[in-house]
Design a binder for this molecule. Sequence first.
Ligand code: 4AD
Ligand code: MG
Length: 462
Amino acid sequence: MAATRIADLLKSGQPGDSTTIQGWVRTKRAQKTLCFINVNDGSCMSGVQIVAESDMAGYDNVISQIATGASVEIQGTVVESPAKGQRIEVKAEQIRVFGGADESYPLQKKRHSFEFLRTLGHLRSRTNTLGAVFRVRNAAAQAVHEFFRDRGFLWVHTPILTASDCEGAGEMFTVTSLNLNQPPLTKGNGVDVEQDFFGKSAYLTVSGQLEAEIMAMAFTNVYTFGPTFRAENSNTSRHLAEFWMIEPEMAFCDLMGNADLAEDFLKYIFKAVLDACEDDMAFFNQRIDDSVLATADNIINNEFARITYTEAVELLLKTDKKFEFPVEWGIDLQSEHERYLAEDLFKKPVIVTDYPAAIKAFYMRLNDDQKTVAAMDVLAPKVGEIIGGSQREERLDILETRIDEAGLPRDAYWWYLDLRRYGTVPHAGFGLGFERLVQFMTGMGNIRDVIPFPRTPDNIEF
Ligand code: 4AD
Ligand code: MG
């Protein structure tokens, strides 16, 4: 008989049902004649309580092998639970131990710090918090695809290896090849290297946007959802060297249409996650950040604030709050400024538009004032910038000038410029940092704890 997932059992199991479940032991409490075992297979927060009585065949032998961390299969009968907070439990008839675990198993029942758990990348997903994070992450990812599918967007796959720097910020990892079967091109340390991508320069992509623009010029509305890479040496709680980004791109769309989509999108994802992960979200509210549920409610039910960059600077200059980084028109808003606006002033997400051209990427559409561009950032309480986007420059001559001004080689962007030569159209899009979204939803303080295997300047191991 195929095993039942524990979440399904807890939802629909009825007293008297025969059941088989599989999972890992979280806790074991042995008394003289019976033993309580909590088993979890990752499908839910609570796991299920198993009760084994001493008249079960092989009781002593099996119970002696069971410890926190062991993998087990239990056949038994569903019974009503006398314990508080759980509707049912399973009375064991047969227990099979697949793999034991001894006292050296590092996740014994006590609260561990997230920092400590990061040294256990191979085991930490078996804890309550990380389990809840990765279920929420999964539900959010599913909701992303649903949202765009319902609106007729095509999901396009953009390359990870690229030749161009989308953001023009020069923060790319380069790609080298290592082929041990070919005659060596030896570097000092004896390692054989080829210096590049078959004789050409190649990088890990910082954004799928430019390729998404190509696809939007054929399919109207598209989106990407994939890993992106930044070689900035930022050791903060909001930066990863490898993160996942969702990038919609829409032809025949302007900045306000873009902002509308971003707002609808965030509302949709929050609602979908609340529906799919009720217990996990309640857990975050109780254990991680007691504003998580109120924040979700706020996102779903209130309109986001919308202000221009110039208005944002005026608001920042007006407040008595002291900032480390001084405010004046022209600065790139720092995380302290972003958080003040979203967290203290508006107490909800704020969409800031029309930033100075000088601090934004070359592809953003120049406004009539010649000073600002049709950019938008969505700032979230606690997290700061969660979305960055813009209306794109669709006018060939202006785009060429912007590329030159940014000091970028026009040649490298010939195909991007071609899109402005053949059937150009106003278009817009944005990028949502998926890990920042998961942080925002769960209240998790460190971005390293919302991706299974964080890549940061201090970690590549797991
Ligand atoms: O603002 P960014 O750099 O925008 C772009 O890459 C555009 N090409 C997107 C587009 O218009 N299609 O990055 C977008 C978002 C940020 O708002 C942030 O949420 C996230 O990506 N992000 C990071 N997340 C984690 N670690 C990092 N190092 C990040 N850098 C950006
Ligand atoms: Mg940005």
